[in-house]
Design a protein around this ligand. Structure first.
Ligand SMILES: CC(C)(COP(=O)(O)OP(=O)(O)OC[C@H]1O[C@@H](n2cnc3c(N)ncnc32)[C@H](O)[C@@H]1OP(=O)(O)O)[C@@H](O)C(=O)NCCC(=O)NCCS
Length: 168
């Protein structure tokens, strides 16, 4: 019997291609019908191999979820970017390939990201999610996130509300 090992680790340069594929599939799955099609294609198109290689080289803030040697999810994290919010750390993005969603991997990636932020002295965490991304809202609320702020993001003239969840 083969045992599939699950590993959450820092991204390495050679992961860039796989992360770019996860990004593509997860964003198309999560945002088709929410973010206007052309804007979504543009955003996904920008995040190819070069972009991810640059991100991994520039900052040690990309982690990946690997199953049986395949990268199936990623998260990016760092200092909170919203000056009006007091939380110290932020998970900027957390995405899984659609076929690996719903089996607990997102929760593991989230916990690992929070532990890493805390390890860097960033004890409290904020995450933003689009209000129309119902799955993400349930996910963050289920993990104990407190709904603390709202904002708006505009995509090709379509304004979409976003919600910030916080953990102290
Ligand atoms: C959101 C996401 C990261 C969650 O990871 P996941 O591995 O699928 O979630 P888990 O299996 O760890 O689920 C944990 C809890 O979250 C909730 N949840 C997760 N996805 C959900 C969904 N689509 N709809 C409703 N609830 C959901 C469930 O309540 C689940 O609790 P349970 O264990 O009692 O069933 C993942 O589904 C994903 O990548 N989705 C698409 C991209 C996305 O929306 N990313 C977040 C952007 S802000």
């Amino acid at each position: 019997m083969n045992t599939l090992t699950i590993d959450i680790r820092m991204a390495e340069l050679q992961d860039a291609h796989a992360i770019s594929a996860v990004h593509h599939d997860a964003w198309m799955g999560a945002y088709a019908g929410i973010i206007p099609h052309r804007a979504l294609l543009r955003m996904v198109g920008r995040r190819g191999l070069d972009w991810w290689q640059g991100a991994i080289r520039r900052a040690a803030n990309v982690i990946v979820a690997e199953i049986g040697g395949d990268v199936v999810g990623y998260a990016t994290l760092g200092r909170n970017r919203a000056r009006e919010l007091p939380q110290q750390g932020e998970i900027y993005e957390l995405y899984l390939k659609p076929e690996y969603q719903g089996v607990g991997l997102g929760s593991r990636l989230f916990r690992d990201a929070r532990n890493r932020l805390a390890g860097h002295g960033l004890a409290s965490t904020v995450v933003w999610a689009l209000e129309d991304n119902i799955g993400a809202l349930s996910f963050y609320a289920g993990l104990g996130g407190r709904d603390i702020a709202e904002g708006v993001e505009v995509f090709d003239q379509k304004a979409l509300r976003k919600i910030a969840f916080a953990w102290e």
